[in-house]
Structures are given as structure tokens and as C-alpha cells.
Design a protein. Structure first.
Length: 58
């Protein structure tokens, strides 16, 4: 991890400040998870299914 990423992902506990030395499991999947949450939230308003692999206009 870069120094910047290490500082951003650090957290404080009663025992002190902890910084990751390696990327924790799941952190690299955050963009996909966030997009899925947005798609699910917006589907109720727009009724437009999310696009997988690019636009499929007919």
C-alpha cells in the first residue's frame, strides 16, 4: 500500500492508531460494491436495470 492509502485506511482504537501494511481483504472490491448499492437504490426510482458489460440498446 502507498503511504497515502495507509494513512486513509488507518483507524484509532483505545489501544492506539493502527495502519494496514497490506491491503485488507475486500478493500479492492469497494468500487464494485458501491456501484451495486447505487444500482439497487436507484432502480426503485427509475426502473432502469443496470447495464452489465456496456449499453444494450435495442
Amino acid at each position: 500500500m502507498t503511504d497515502r492509502a495507509r494513512a486513509i485506511s488507518a483507524f484509532i482504537t483505545p489501544f492506539g492508531l493502527f495502519e494496514w501494511n497490506r491491503m485488507p481483504f475486500g478493500l479492492k472490491n469497494v468500487p464494485q460494491i458501491y456501484q451495486r448499492m447505487l444500482d439497487n437504490a436507484l432502480y426503485g426510482f427509475t426502473r432502469i436495470p443496470r447495464l452489465e458489460g456496456g449499453p444494450a440498446l435495442k
